[in-house]
Write a protein that binds this ligand. Structure first.
Ligand code: FAD
Length: 466
């Protein structure tokens, strides 16, 4: 019988074990997935470079209020992790940074990284927040999904790690008009550095983990739900910010148009998901749970409020997830309407939601105070450029593809590059954490292999040609 040949994509590792591989892992993206992978590797005694595009870490989880199914305060369970990452001696944290180019192969990747200029000397800055307080320029905050403002000099949130501000050049009065410098005047340690420039640095890594997460399908792409132009219609992440104690309303549910407490709220699931003709064909997997959570939390905040949920069917397939949706219906008296919404439009100070209840066969028309749409989860646009640069495969929707979705859901076809979390498709936090730990284990396996070639395992991820 012919011996099975190692697939050609692994052949390259043969030479790597013979040279001295770089015992460092680069993790791209510092959401909960990237942070988990970085901590697992760092706690195993290896060096990690953790790269994040934004000024601080935490990803989408940092924007959440409470998390299903336990209703833990998201910030309370996330902060110990972000702090651990920020202080870990084995983690080199590079925020406000992006990959510019990558060369080399497993064992010896050379990565060019663009470090954006925060225009603040982070070594000197104490994070006192006085600059933000004194800055006169206010702009809508994308971290708040435009439900709140920030200043031109800002941190993403009060719990930001690192707790250092950046100046948004496009909205800074000094950068645009040549005068102001209020932040500089009031900074007690002289940390403002308007002349700072972005830098290019090079890092070496033996393995890479890509954990760049997901985005939300834009409401503007869905005219049936108002196309993002109807007042008091928001997406689920914006509603998270309204529910969040650290959000712009300190957790008080208020509608954007007039600050009134909404008495009737309509939640719309499957917005843009499971819609092969017009939008995305796939199920976004977490929306049933996100909506149940948000309807429960709304009912906890507004005891006399009524919540309605339009759904196609309930897909709550995690441990205790079905019980959680049942709880929304039974304990918190959320009214679930099986059917699709056909139109959302403004009438006076209400938002009209027209749809059909497919169980009773009756049309449904609700005059709501607020409408919360749970849009499809989609890959971040920047992930495609990264995938092209790394020569990684993606599916027709742009999610990154593992080499084998059934038995090797973490490895890519490129040796030494692994995937972690929702960059591969919609995932909740527990699944992201488990997936990321898997990626860390794979990377650690490679490092061990290179350090001790005799301890080679039978894993296909570390095969070398005989
Ligand atoms: C409205 C809403 C509510 C939710 N509620 C819950 C809940 O209650 N419970 C639950 O389990 N799950 C919930 N989720 C899902 C949860 O948010 C995800 O499971 C989790 O955020 C996935 O983490 P991640 O690290 O894979 O991705 P992300 O959180 O998206 O993190 C990715 C990180 O990578 C960074 N990045 C992106 N591109 C680059 C790049 N090119 N270079 C460097 N960095 C980059 C991003 O800035 C980000 O920090 C909710 C999701 C939504 C939308």
């Amino acid at each position: 019988m012919q011996p099975l040949a190692a697939p050609p994509d692994y052949a390259i590792l043969g030479s790597v074990t013979e040279q001295s591989a770089v015992p460092r892992v680069l993790v791209i993206g510092a959401g909960i997935g990237g942070m988990q992978a970085a901590l697992d590797i760092a706690n195993a005694g290896h060096q990690v470079t953790l790269l994040e595009r934004l000024p601080s870490i935490g990803g989408r989880m940092a924007q959440l209020s409470e998390t299903f199914p336990t209703l833990d305060c998201a910030q309370c369970i996330l902060t110990p992790r972000t702090v651990e990452v920020g202080h870990h001696p084995n983690i080199r944290l590079l925020t406000y940074s992006e990959v510019e180019g990558i060369a080399g192969d497993a064992g010896d990747f050379r990565v060019r990284i663009r470090r954006h200029a925060p225009f603040v000397d982070w070594e000197m800055c104490t994070g006192c927040g006085l600059c933000e307080e004194k800055c006169p320029a206010r702009v809508p905050a994308s971290f708040e999904r435009d439900t709140g403002d920030r200043k031109a000099i800002y941190r993403l949130s009060p719990q930001a790690v690192p707790n250092k501000p950046v100046i948004d050049r496009e909205n800074c009065i000094f950068f645009q008009r040549g005068k102001c410098r209020a932040c500089e005047r009031f900074c007690p340690v002289g940390a403002i550095a308007f002349d700072q420039e972005e830098t290019l640095i090079e890092e070496q890594a033996g393995a890479i983990i890509v954990a760049t997460g997901f985005d939300l399908y834009d409401l503007a792409c869905m005219p049936e739900y108002g196309g993002g132009r109807v007042l008091d219609v928001m997406d689920a992440l914006a509603f998270e910010r309204l529910l969040s104690a650290s959000g712009p309303t300190a957790g008080k549910v208020q509608r954007p148009s007039d600050g009134a407490v909404p008495r009737e709220v309509v939640f719309i699931q499957c917005a843009g998901s499971r819609s092969p003709e017009i939008h995305k064909s796939y199920c976004s997997k977490i929306c049933c749970m996100v909506t149940a959570k948000q309807a429960i939390l709304y009912r906890h905040r507004v005891r006399d409020g009524q919540a309605y949920v339009f759904y196609i069917d309930i897909r709550a397939a995690g441990k205790r997830y079905d019980e959680f949706s049942q709880r929304a219906m039974e304990e918190d008296e959320v009214i679930y309407l099986r059917g699709k919404v056909s139109r959302v439009f403004r009438q006076g100070d209400r938002v009209m939601v027209w749809g059909a209840d497919t169980l009773s066969g009756q049309p449904v028309r609700i005059a709501a105070d607020l409408v919360v749409v749970a849009p499809a989860l989609v890959p971040r646009p920047s992930t495609q450029a990264l995938a092209d640069g790394l020569a990684l495969a993606s599916d027709k929707d742009g999610w990154l593809l593992p080499v084998d979705p059934v038995l090797r859901p973490i490895e890519t076809a490129r040796p030494g590059i692994f995937l972690a979390g929702s960059v591969t498709g919609p995932m909740d936090i527990p699944e992201t954490v488990a997936h990321a730990s898997g990626a860390a284990a794979r990377a650690l396996g490679l490092l061990a292999e290179w350090q001790q070639p005799s301890a080679r395992t039978a894993s296909p991820g570390v095969l070398t040609p005989s």
